[in-house]
Design a protein around this ligand. Structure first.
Ligand code: FES
Ligand SMILES: [Fe+2]
Length: 348
């Protein structure tokens, strides 16, 4: 299975690449090492020395360069070998590593692993995470998922699972009867679920009136290809209107690591009327982490283990009404992949 490469992916939270240190990760089956130049700018290089294929992150930073830890070749931030300490010091033409365009935006480090340099204006808009947006943000999290990113993307796009997997926390039993709407907007797929007069799930009660009374609830999820999501989800009194509390934007971003593993970054932005003490905010963040890491992740890991190497469609999955969004997303991804192979991709 191939990945769409002509797209911006989240490599990590920007703060994970610390001055004077190297950070490494496999992204789209490629090993990448990150570091910061002395002026603070982030750099991403192929994490494999062309001499004897040692990961460069096992070496040392020398100013703006990386020195391989095995025989000392030095590479600059463009990936060019600029020093060979051996013999006459001549630098073989093949002594270079790939350098990837990176862009720091909304607290994340985005990487372009496709052709050309990528257009930074194509990076999805997560400005709700910026301090000046007026939203209160909840700690950015990270989970390693042992499943293909499309399985995880289906989990995010089809939130009918909250009734079962997150019962009491993010979902409640009556929500299974939600009114569902799936639509496309400028290449994005939007899955909206509207659940009038349902019992209030714990996290939303905490954000709203804390009285345990019934609410109207919505989960409006937007998929931004290939693997970024933004959720608008919340509650208000039955028959009421959205208030300045009781809802949030959920940021969910996936980056394929390998065919069977995925990097999952998440965060949330809450409206200014959300009244929470520091302890309550920590509790809110912890409950979300619990839902994703201890409820979603085991399900996804088990799902991938059950599928093994099999192709998803070859398994002839049963299709339900709730699959409308996920199936459209899978088809859109297939079209993007074909377009990229034919050199007609337009993303970025
Ligand atoms: S393996 Fe890197 S210099 Fe030899
Ligand atoms: Fe979930």
């Amino acid at each position: 299975m191939a990945f769409i490469t002509n797209a911006w992916y989240v490599a990590c939270w920007a703060a994970q690449v610390k001055p004077g240190e190297m950070f490494h990760r496999t992204l789209l089956n490629q090993q990448v090492v990150f570091y910061r130049k002395q002026n603070g700018e982030a750099v991403a290089l192929q994490d494999r020395c062309p001499h004897r294929f040692i990961p460069l992150h096992l070496g040392n930073l020398r100013g703006d360069r990386i020195e391989c830890g095995y025989h000392g070749l030095q590479f600059d931030c463009s990936g060019k070998c600029v020093k060979n300490p051996h013999g006459d010091g001549k630098i073989p033409a093949a002594a270079k590593v790939r350098s990837y365009p990176v862009n720091e935006k909304h607290g994340m480090l985005w990487i372009w692993m496709g052709e050309g340099v990528g257009d930074p204006t194509q990076i999805p808009d997560y400005s709700v995470l910026e301090p000046e947006s007026g939203y209160r943000t909840s700690t950015g999290g990270y989970i390693h998922i042992n499943a293909n990113y499309e399985l995880m993307a289906e989990n995010l796009l089809d939130l009918s699972h909250i009734t079962y997997l997150h019962d009491g926390l993010l979902g409640s039993p009556e929500q299974v009867g939600a009114d569902q709407e799936v639509k496309e907007e400028g290449g994005h797929i939007i899955c909206n679920r509207w659940m009038p007069n349902v019992s209030v799930p714990g996290i939303f009660d905490m954000l709203y009136k804390r009285d345990g009374r019934h609410v109207d609830m919505w989960t409006n999820m937007r998929w931004i290809p290939p693997s970024s999501f933004i959720l608008d989800s919340g509650v208000h009194a039955p028959g009421g209107q959205r208030e300045n509390k009781g809802w949030y934007f959920g940021v969910h971003i996936l980056t394929p690591e390998t065919e069977r593993t995925t990097h999952y970054h998440f965060a949330a932005a809450l409206p200014s009327g959300t009244a929470m003490t520091t302890e309550e905010a920590a509790r809110y963040a912890e409950l979300r982490r619990f839902a994703f890491e201890e409820q979603d992740k085991p399900m996804l890991d088990a799902q991938q283990a059950a599928l093994g190497e099999a192709n998803f469609w070859d398994m002839k999955p049963v299709l339900l009404t709730v699959d409308a969004g996920p199936v459209r997303m899978r088809r859109a991804l297939e079209r993007m992949l074909v377009a990229e192979r034919q050199g007609t991709a337009t993303t970025g």
